[in-house]
Design a binder for this molecule. Structure first.
Ligand code: WTA
Length: 647
């Protein structure tokens, strides 16, 4: 039997860093916070010296809210920082330990990774990819995803990595928005022992992507694929002919390093733009300090490269620190529920960074699985992606961290690029469930609707009050949306994170989750509007309201309320079809858990669906004031339908 998830009252529960950890920690002087606060520019300027520049910057910070330039005038290359800069000291050190789901292991030293990356950079060049061209990468967790990212960075072509589990249609939307004319993918990959045919999804998606010229296909699972003549090329054939040397392009600090699409509050995902200098400084330093990286660490971040965590804390942060990283292709329960712990034991992982959803799943599976394996090499644990409930925190601490590993609960977002609120393991006393304090140099606050600070213990909105190096620069092709989404809530210079939070009397932050229409399903970020727009695209659907319903394991799951068009009958078959329609059009990770038919939805007098009310109904909590609804009676009807659907 799995352990029951019980949340103890944890605000008073504290874990002080162990003395021996403190002594050896990269950062153990609490004075660092004050130093950074007194002179944030001086602080970041000094730290920027820890990465490699071809030319030093002219100014550390130019801040014309909400526009920012960090290290302007500086010249550098992100791929150079992750590879070349490590060669002298760490050329023969293992950079990547990759394990496939079927058990095969591939390793790359830094020297080998540099050669492979350079080779692929030459391939890109030979195909006409130039500085500034956006290349779409649609690869699963195989080493080629890292090689492709670093090769793009090497020649100054921003990458846009699309999570491999997205559908072909979602891929196509992102390709079109980025105006990419090259996509890098593979034949297939393993998931729970079965092959997912990635290339087939590409073929389906590309039917509607006009400008795309080429598809490079990594041969991985060796499943059968159709290669379209003149358009599709094999990675291994191109690599055979390419030279293993390619000089890194000299990039401006503010040149775009990558685009990362993420869900927002409309149906259209936003292309978050990150630039080079500030991003590299932010991720390099935060990885080194928060994960306390040492030369002999074996660091495993379980995130996928298709999300920001994979970018910042699997690729750029750890590799620029010369760390040995572990990458795993597959599912945590394949072939057995101890796969993660088998990997920790086999590769002697010392640092593990994963999501609360995974931790709660492991809790459910029970302690017998981690107990089967030797986890004694672990010395630090991390959590990211959604609030971690104290019960899961304590379970993680006890059963994975053997009671000795500090836990860093790290709050951040695609837009922030780097971790913003987190313990520093050699300094911070942790409290289960709290991400603790802002990283040095970051000023966070909990504000009310008007922008006033709320008192300790009160709920409010999480805000960032000063600029930071790795912050989002704009939304690709939509400057206005950038301003509206993040800056216009208060004074145009305070960043609105979209999360609810409170601060306790020790100044610790407790993040409660999104206050906008984004849901975190198993740490995957999904916009309710995105799901709604897919639903209404179905011929049977007239209107749809989608909300997040709290879930013990996944944090939140997707619930849909659907009004059918006249002539369509509410039945089980159609319900199943609509659920599959969402999963097929976005990706299996966005499969709604529940779909309820209704004749009406809670709407304002102007006809806007009030998701707040719908969410309260789905979660069986007080709906609050409903007097502004067009028809307040709809609430009772929906409550009844919801009850019925659950039984
Ligand atoms: C949530 C993932 C509580 C939050 C890095 C945020 C968290 C959203 C935490 C961003 C945490 C992330 N505690 N909530 N430690 N980390 N979140 O862009 O709601 O995929 O706004 O970035 O995840 O999700 P994104």
């Amino acid at each position: 039997m799995g352990d029951k998830i019980i949340d103890p009252q944890s605000e008073e529960m504290k874990f002080e860093p162990a003395e021996d950890f403190v002594i050896n920690a990269n950062i153990n002087d609490p004075g660092i916070y004050k130093k950074a606060e007194e002179d944030p520019e001086g602080f970041w300027g000094e730290l920027a010296g820890e990465i490699s520049w071809f030319k030093e910057w002219d100014t550390v910070l130019e801040w014309e809210p909400p526009h920012v330039k960090w290290f302007n005038g500086g010249k550098l290359n992100a791929s150079y920082n992750c590879l070349d800069a490590n060669i002298e000291k760490n050329g023969d050190k293992t950079a990547i330990i990759w394990e496939g789901e079927m058990g095969e292991v591939r390793k790359y030293t830094y020297r080998e990774l540099l050669a492979e990356t350079s080779r692929f950079a030459n391939v890109l060049k030979s195909m006409g990819v130039k500085k500034g061209d956006i290349v779409t990468i649609y690869l699963p967790m195989i080493p080629e995803v890292v090689i492709a990212m670093l090769a793009c960075a090497r020649i100054g072509a921003p990458h846009s990595v699309v999570f491999a589990a997205f559908s072909g249609g979602a891929l196509c939307n992102r390709i079109s928005d980025a105006k990419s004319n090259l996509v890098i993918t593979c034949d297939g990959y393993y998931r729970r022992g079965k092959i997912v045919s990635q290339k087939q999804k590409v073929d389906e998606g590309l039917n509607s992507c006009g400008q795309l010229k080429n598809v490079i296909v990594v041969q991985h699972a060796k499943n059968e694929v159709t290669m379209s003549e003149n358009r599709d090329l094999w990675w291994h054939e191109l690599m055979e002919e390419a030279e293993p040397e390619c000089e890194a392009a000299i990039m401006d600090s503010e040149d775009m390093l990558f685009l990362m699409y993420t869900s927002g509050t409309t149906g259209k995902p936003k292309g978050i733009v990150h630039t080079t200098g500030g991003y590299m400084v932010g991720t390099h330093i935060s990885t080194k300090w928060i994960f306390d990286l040492k030369d002999d660490d074996i660091y495993w971040c379980t995130a996928d490269c298709g999300w920001i965590t994979g970018h910042s804390y699997l690729v750029y942060g750890p590799l620029s620190n010369g760390t040995t990283i572990v990458m795993y292709e597959g599912a945590p329960d394949y072939p057995e529920k101890d796969r993660f712990w088998e990997i920790v034991e086999k590769h002697k992982v010392t640092i593990l960074y994963t999501a609360p959803t995974a931790i709660r799943t492991f809790m459910k599976w029970g302690t017998e699985w981690p107990k089967k394996r030797d986890l004694s090499t672990l010395r630090l644990l991390g959590s990211v992606g959604e609030p971690i409930n104290p019960g899961a925190w304590l379970w993680y601490h006890e059963n994975i961290g053997q009671g000795k590993c500090p836990i860093v609960d790290t709050w951040w977002q695609t837009e922030t690029g780097m971790i913003m609120i987190s313990p520093l393991p050699g300094i911070t006393t942790t409290k289960p469930g709290s991400a603790t304090r802002p990283f040095p140099g970051i000023k966070a606050a909990v504000l009310d609707e008007k922008g006033n600070k709320v008192s300790p213990g009160q709920d409010g909105f999480l805000a960032i009050c000063n600029p930071w190096p790795s912050m989002v620069r704009t939304i690709h092709g939509n400057e206005q949306r950038f301003i509206d989404t993040y800056w216009s809530k208060w004074d145009n210079k305070t960043y609105f994170a979209g999360d609810g939070a409170k601060m306790d009397y020790d100044g610790y932050f407790w993040i409660s989750g999104r206050v906008d229409d984004i849901i975190q399903v198993a740490a995957h970020r999904i916009g309710t509007a995105e799901v709604e727009s897919i639903l209404v695209a179905h011929p049977a659907v007239a209107e749809a309201g989608v909300v997040g319903k709290l879930d013990e394991i996944k944090g939140e799951v997707i619930w849909c309320y659907v009004i059918l068009k006249t002539g369509f009958e509410e039945n089980e078959e159609l319900k199943k079809e609509l659920i599959s329609h969402v999963a097929k059009n976005i990706g299996p990770f966005a499969r709604p858990q529940m779909l309820i038919f209704s004749d009406d939805l809670p709407k304002t007098r102007s006809g806007k669906i009030m998701r707040r009310v719908l969410k309260a109904i789905a979660n069986n909590v007080d709906t609050g004031d409903v007097t502004t609804l067009q028809d307040p009676d709809v609430v009772a009807t929906l409550k009844e339908k919801t009850m019925k659907a659950q039984n």
